[in-house]
Design a protein around this ligand. Structure first.
Ligand code: MLT
Length: 264
């Protein structure tokens, strides 16, 4: 479905009823990243997966930022009548979850941080974002997809599930260039969320594929140490999109966390 929020049409899936769980995709994905979670969670939850501004069915309008993406999600929650949510994000979705926490923390019941990191880009990382912006403008989203794809899925998936590699490429290739370039600039300029970690005082689940090379396990361990009471789960044989690569294991871990929340 499409919802008008924050002045743009936003694509969104909204499945089930119960505790609202909003799942934010990474870069350069769209909401179908969460296809295996939408009907796969064994917990009494309402699962909402939006397309971020400029991706999937969501409109794009000029420059953006992690704050702006976060405010879009708050506006979407208003439109859907959601007060408190469990907010989950994968990679860039996690960076947005940190911004959402800083700006809208009263709305956050719990956090799920998947294959993400708290730190900002290094100088080299920022230069790579600029290179990718130029590449997208010159050669389109397929060129960016092909540059990122080798790091997106783990070694085990690349060896054993080439079908998943291909479907991930298809998703990345379809990302609109305007959305891709705006997101790359927002990724480049995002703040360091490390100081935010010690302010998080809601239940937090951290999930990471043990073959993730884009946001390696060390990043998740560091977040785990800095977020008091957080829970860390490593998924064996999964890379950066651990929810796609090991959907059953991911859903099991997430369902247990959500079931515990609903029984409190
Ligand atoms: C993502 O999956 O969202 C990206 O890898 C994030 C990033 O490039 O920092």
């Amino acid at each position: 479905m499409t919802v008008l929020a924050a002045g743009i049409a936003m694509g969104c899936d909204d499945v089930g009823s119960g505790l609202p769980v909003v799942l934010l995709h990474g870069f350069p994905h769209h909401r179908a990243l969460w296809a295996s979670q939408l009907n796969g969670l064994a917990a009494p939850v309402r699962t909402i997966a939006p397309d971020l501004r400029g991706f999937g069915e969501s409109e794009s309008s000029g420059p953006t930022s992690m704050d702006r993406y976060a405010d879009d999600i708050a506006a979407l929650c208003d439109q859907l009548g959601l007060d408190k949510i469990v907010l989950g994000g994968l990679s860039m979705g996690g960076y947005i979850a940190f911004a959402f926490w800083r700006r809208h923390r009263a709305r956050v019941r719990a956090l799920v941080l998947c294959d993400t990191r708290a730190g900002a880009d290094s100088e080299a990382g920022r230069a790579t974002r600029d290179e990718l912006i130029a590449l997208a403008e010159r050669d389109g989203s397929a060129a960016v997809a092909d540059r990122m794809l080798p790091g997106m899925l783990g070694r085990t998936t690349r060896e054993k599930h080439p079908d998943l590699v291909e479907s991930m490429r298809e998703m990345m290739v379809r990302a609109p260039v305007a959305g891709v370039t705006a997101a790359l600039a927002a990724l480049r300029d995002r703040p360091d969320s490390t100081p935010t970690l010690s302010t998080i005082d809601v239940p937090t689940l951290i999930i990471c594929g043990d073959e993730d090379v884009l946001t390696p396990v060390a990043e998740s361990r560091a977040m785990h140490h800095a977020i008091s009471g957080s829970h860390l789960e490593l998924l064996a044989g999964a890379g950066h999109v651990s929810n796609v690569e090991r959907p059953a294991a991911f859903n099991h871990v997430l369902s247990e966390f959500l079931t515990q929340l609903t029984s409190e």
